[in-house]
Design a protein around this ligand. Structure first.
Ligand SMILES: [Zn+2]
Length: 294
């Protein structure tokens, strides 16, 4: 007992100190949970860093919920914000999903709306002091749109920066992740997504429906060479499901979320410490306003 007390008395200050480093007063990181006065503190504590996890409302095979990408991106962002404090934006599900319009439950907003929604969301975050915005994308169909959105930040003067998070290899968990994977085809609503949902909300995974539809590649445009067309995805996976997963694996889901979250935390930390992107953007814009000036 005495030993335990000694160990605890040694450990506790260290633990408190550790949590104090990123979130000393235990502020909520979910923006919708903050009071207005707390929000002011959150902006300061976050160093002006906000994370927008982007999901979508679309079919995820016959066995996963429509909001799967939203659950996954948000869980990864929460994991990150627990490690490295940042403000996490409320559920955001406006994005590019025209390719699933033929499936029940898909909400496919217009290009104009998805652009304006994201632009005005970033403008509003900036107006509120959150000037370093990380986009965490949970939906594959959003990638080109979000990269273009980032490129378009250079079209004019901005008083904030937008960074699209890009996941890399995880040297710590990579080996275990590989060893747990069983599916030979793993894409949309596949083994990784099914496992992540099984980790986040097992009650929303209908295991009996995993094999209800084929997730095999139909290859209907395999003869098309050197050409990109919007119908490419439908030509391959008309059921909006791309996998031969047999069952979810909770450990795999946990590892994927923690690996994703840890890498987002690293990006938050970098943006808190560095103003290099702002500096470069300002320098660029100054030159762009007057390109002939030496
Ligand atoms: Zn998904």
């Amino acid at each position: 007992m005495k030993k335990l007390t000694i160990i605890l008395s040694l450990l506790l200050p260290a633990l408190v100190l550790f949590s104090q480093q990123t979130n000393p007063v235990n502020l909520p990181f979910r923006m919708e949970e903050l009071t207005s006065p707390q929000f002011v503190k959150a902006v300061e504590l976050s160093g002006g860093v906000a994370v927008i996890p982007l999901g979508i409302i679309e079919k995820h095979g016959a066995h996963l919920p429509l909001g799967t990408d939203l659950f996954e991106a948000r869980e990864a962002a929460f994991t990150a914000a627990r490690k490295e404090y940042a403000v996490v934006f409320p559920p955001y599900f406006v994005g590019q999903i025209f390719e699933a319009r033929h499936q029940p439950g898909t909400i496919a907003y217009s290009s104009e709306l998805m652009w304006k929604m994201l632009e005005e969301t970033c403008d509003e975050l900036s107006r509120n002091g959150l000037k370093k915005i990380i986009l965490v994308n949970g939906h594959g169909g959003n990638t080109s749109f979000l990269q273009f959105f980032c490129q378009a930040q250079l079209a004019g003067q901005k008083d904030y920066v937008v960074v699209l998070f890009q996941e890399g290899a995880d040297p710590v968990n990579e080996k275990e992740i590989k060893s747990l994977k069983k599916a030979t085809l793993d894409g949309h609503a596949g083994e990784e997504e099914t496992s992540m949902m099984f980790f986040i909300r097992p009650d929303l995974v209908n295991q009996e429906a995993i094999k209800a539809e084929s997730g095999a590649d139909q290859g209907k445009l395999d003869q098309l060479r050197n050409g990109y067309t919007g119908i490419w995805w439908y030509a391959k996976f008309p059921n909006h499901y791309a996998s031969d997963v047999a069952q979810p694996n909770k450990r795999l889901g946990e590892l994927l979320i923690s690996s994703w979250g840890n890498q987002i935390a690293g990006l938050i930390k970098y943006l808190k410490a560095s103003n290099e992107i702002e500096h470069l953007q300002q320098e660029f814009e100054k030159r762009a306003q007057n390109p002939l000036k030496k």
